[in-house]
Design a protein around this ligand. Structure first.
Ligand SMILES: [Zn+2]
Length: 382
């Protein structure tokens, strides 16, 4: 990285580390500083992101008068809607299900900045940069472009948006001069190798890297030869949102799941109890979709994962109340995954991963089609 003083010509409006944090779709920036806010404005004016500022209260905040009423180390962050009124106050902690009264107990409100990366905006912005190098550049696949550079041909790949597997294979990268651009800098798990040219969108936006220079460097590099020709460079598929990585279960592991009117059992043990209504509601929605896929005779690979937006829509249609904050729904699902695994381990000692029942996929969530076995709910007759 060049130091600030070495790039006097390209005075940037945004610091690179700040831009990098904002270009992670679905990220949360707690108590944003003026730098974060002005950078968010700038990136939004370039069309790269849109963002929201939300007010949250903490379930367990030592500065609040209700500290100690719930778990003292609960990590729940509860969003308070802009139109929140005291009379309507009945919020629920997505982690411990405790009722939260944001207008009582002097509960401290914190601000969070939630950026969403605009795929269209990023694509347009990058196409603008490409046009400066070669106005007749061509899109050759989703997220992949071919352009001319001093009579030679070079590719630019927006790795977050690539869908054609060819472009993230090492073999292809070794055969073709290319520059890989990462929107979310954490997404790219680049292999070692001086031969690979990679830049982050943040570096381009901040002016730390000029695309034409990066392309010239890429074109001038030799191709490597190594024993690992078929190794994938990146995780496969488009990465657009910050989600837990997909971890497959050890093969052959099976869990019998029963979904009742207000509880969920795994291998006969209650893992979502009757008092955990929000968790139960989310589980039932995923369960219905799972059953639909089962009925349509899909293979496990084809079982659909549901985006957070789709889940929010479905929840709204069932409860008549729209959850305005996707972070709340994400924590609810994280909590669901953790509590299912923890309670099963505690009650029966069964080895289980947190993704064996509810699985996080790259584009959403689903009931894990590899390890879940459906069974009709057995009413408790005891
Ligand atoms: Zn809590």
């Amino acid at each position: 990285m060049k130091s600030r003083s070495s790039r006097p010509k390209n005075v940037s409006k945004v610091r690179r580390d700040v831009a990098e944090r904002l270009l992670r779709n679905g990220a949360t920036i707690k108590s944003p500083k003026p730098d974060d806010l002005s950078a968010a404005d700038h990136l939004a004016s370039l069309g790269l992101i849109d963002f929201g500022l939300v007010q949250v209260v903490l379930c367990a905040d030592p500065e609040d008068a209700d500290f100690g009423r719930g778990h003292r180390n609960c990590a729940g962050r509860i969003v308070v809607a802009h139109d929140h009124e005291d009379s309507k106050a009945e919020l629920c902690c997505p982690v411990c299900d405790r009722r939260i009264y944001p207008d009582h107990y002097d509960k401290r409100r914190l601000t969070e900045l939630r950026p969403r990366v605009s795929r269209d905006g990023v694509t347009k912005y990058c196409q603008g940069l490409l046009a400066e190098v070669d106005p007749s550049f061509k899109a050759v696949a989703e997220g992949a472009y071919r352009l001319g550079l001093g009579g030679a041909e070079i590719f630019v790949c927006l790795i977050d948006f690539l869908t054609d597997g060819m472009y993230w294979s090492q073999t292809w990268a070794e055969m073709n001069p290319a520059c890989f651009v990462a929107v979310n800098p954490n997404h790219a798990r680049f292999g070692e190798g001086e031969w690979l040219t990679r830049v982050s969108l943040a570096e381009l936006v901040c002016g730390e890297v000029v695309l034409r220079d990066a392309l010239q460097t890429a074109a001038a590099k030799g191709r490597p030869r190594g024993p690992n020709m078929a190794v994938a460079l990146f995780g496969k598929g488009p990465a657009h949102t910050v989600v837990e990585p997909q971890r497959p279960s050890p093969s052959g592991r099976q869990f019998v799941v029963e979904v009742g009117p207000n509880i969920v059992r795994v291998d006969g043990e209650t893992v979502v109890p009757a008092n955990a209504k929000p968790r139960h509601r989310v589980f039932r929605i995923l369960w219905q979709w799972f059953l639909d896929d089962l009925r349509s005779e899909r293979t496990p690979e084809q079982f659909r994962a549901w985006t957070i937006d789709r889940l929010i829509e479905e929840l709204a249609s069932q409860t008549g109340k729209r959850e305005t904050d996707e972070g709340n729904v994400r924590s609810l699902i994280n909590n669901l995954q953790n509590t299912i695994a923890e309670s099963l381990k505690r009650k029966s000692g069964t080895p289980i991963n947190r993704e064996d029942i509810v699985q996080s996929c790259r584009d959403g969530y689903r009931i894990n089609p590899f390890s879940v076995v459906a069974r009709p709910f057995q009413p408790d007759l005891s």
